[in-house]
Design a protein around this ligand. Structure first.
Ligand SMILES: [Zn+2]
Length: 493
């Protein structure tokens, strides 16, 4: 038999009006249980209890404690009134109690489920919104309800607009699951926490596979491998999200929170042939390889993907919203003016990022700008050929002609220093990042030793990013002991 879970103490009393324990009750628990529950912040000391359960009769009624000072000047004494036993003395020790911390439980469940967003108390001490996630490919808003079997629950929760308006609400209950007709309107999915959560050290751990199985309602025969989702920090916007994609895994990062997922856990497994990623994963990798942008006509993609590009991108959007829940807006908008799909977040592939250098470009063609946001922008001029319509003088009038014309535009990408690997753990520019910023601020020259490690590292990084351009991006001028950029620089700041 496995160790008893300390949470069993919480589940057992969660539906009681007074979800609290006397010091004596807690002392009778297996050693360490109270400490573990307190460390998980689901149980707290309450040394100033004003009510106790009567222990003088078998009724177990709860009474307010009356404090008296008798005779005046003596110690304070406390008692309760019992209909059977009359005045019952309450030793001061009995007022040192432990209470279930439901708000702490809400927070612990939100963390344990990796929910996106922030915990909100919706109905005081009864209902909490915990956050969003994706379960079984479906977006879920998760709530915690206390006293779901109490007589006031249908009225109280039924009147809660936040809950009734929620699509795909999942209500977790610490006690018993109420009958279906206890809900006014469409009943939400309800799951008892004791079926899916357990305490490991000071954290609530969830059995996601079991949870998904419960929500699927036994419709599926095969054992369910739960899809995971990123615990998106509250208020995150798509442009603050960074994504790295390798052959078989994806890393998501936002506001200093980072999480790795296998392609299976991220929901990109081929359904008919298990163990391999599907074609949407291949499309995601192409986006990563191309710095987050694909032309609308799918130029350069394989035939099947090109023919289905619009549909594939639409599936990819849904997958990304399921993997990274809780962010408004389109993760892969169609930029009409530029005839392309461009990811609203930053994405890089296995080998980092490669700038799509146009053929024949050299370092002097490249401009690197430091933006106000701290990101950098790299641009290279390109010549576009297009068909132009013109009216040409021809003897007795004008003749309409089509002719090939050229126009110069530019190819540009913005990069966050973090994506370029130029920041430290805390997200601040590292030595190479600082050197790049210094060069851009100084207009392309920097006085450093010829063996300066940061500058040598920066040369390597830029050469890799712009791999199609031969030679070093910097010259070293021995006379002035200066590094001189061969590319153009600019600085918004
Ligand atoms: Zn009594």
């Amino acid at each position: 038999m496995s160790e008893p879970d300390p949470l069993a103490q919480i589940w057992a009393c969660a539906d009681a009006q007074q979800a609290r324990f006397s010091g004596a009750e807690v002392a009778a628990w297996p050693e360490g249980h109270a400490e573990m529950l307190a460390a998980a912040a689901v149980l707290r000391r309450d040394d100033n209890a004003t009510t106790v359960v009567c222990d003088a009769c078998p009724e177990g009624h709860v009474e307010d404690v009356v404090f008296i000072e008798s005779p005046p000047g003596s110690h304070i004494r406390s008692y309760i009134h019992c209909p059977e036993a009359g005045r019952v003395n309450v030793p001061m020790d009995r007022l040192k109690q432990w209470a279930v911390d439901f708000h702490g439980l809400a927070r612990a469940a939100a963390i344990g489920l990796d929910l996106a967003g922030e915990v909100e108390e919706i109905v005081r001490a009864r209902l909490w919104f915990l956050g969003k996630t994706t379960i079984g490919g479906r977006s879920r808003e998760v709530f915690l309800a206390r006293g779901a079997t109490w007589i006031d629950a249908p009225g109280l929760f039924g009147a809660c607009e936040r809950l009734s308006a929620s699509k795909g609400a999942l209500v977790l209950v610490p006690g018993e699951v109420p009958p279906q007709d206890a809900w006014t309107g469409e009943p939400p999915a309800v799951v008892a926490l004791k079926l899916v959560a357990r305490l490991e050290e000071d954290r609530l751990r969830f059995d996601r596979n079991h949870l998904e199985g419960l929500l699927a309602g036994g419709r599926r025969k095969a054992p369910i491998k739960a899809q995971e989702s990123f615990p998106t920090p509250p208020g995150t916007r798509w442009e603050e999200v960074l994504v790295w994609v390798t052959e078989s895994a994806i890393t998501v990062e936002a506001k200093r929170r980072s999480r790795d997922f296998s392609f299976q856990a991220a929901g990109f497994e081929e359904k008919r042939k298990r163990g391999v990623p599907d074609s949407i994963w291949a499309l995601l990798k192409v986006f990563a390889m191309r710095g987050g942008e694909i032309p609308f006509n799918g130029a350069g993609l394989d035939h099947k993907t090109r023919a289905n590009l619009k549909q594939y991108v639409s599936v990819l959007r849904q997958r990304l919203q399921a993997l990274i829940p809780g962010i408004d807006g389109d993760p892969v908008p169609h930029i009409k003016s530029e005839r392309c799909y461009r990811m609203a977040f930053k994405i890089a592939g296995q080998d980092g990022i490669a700038f799509p250098v146009p053929g024949g470009a050299r370092w002097p063609d490249v401009t690197i700008s430091l933006l106000r946001s701290g990101a950098i922008r790299i641009s290279v001029p390109i010549t576009e050929r297009f068909a132009a319509s013109a009216y040409v003088e021809a003897g007795d009038g004008e003749v309409h002609q089509w002719e090939a014309a050229e126009r110069v535009s530019e190819l540009a990408r913005e990069y966050d220093l973090r994506m370029l690997g130029l920041t430290d753990e805390s997200g601040r520019p590292d030595a190479k990042g600082a050197a790049l910023i210094d060069v851009l601020r100084a207009g392309g020259t920097l006085k450093r030793s010829p063996n300066d490690e940061a500058m040598l590292g920066l040369c390597g990084m830029l050469s890799k990013l712009m791999a199609a351009i031969a030679g070093s991006p910097f010259d070293f001028a021995p006379g002035s002991q200066q590094w001189v950029a061969l590319f153009q620089t600019s600085c918004e700041q």
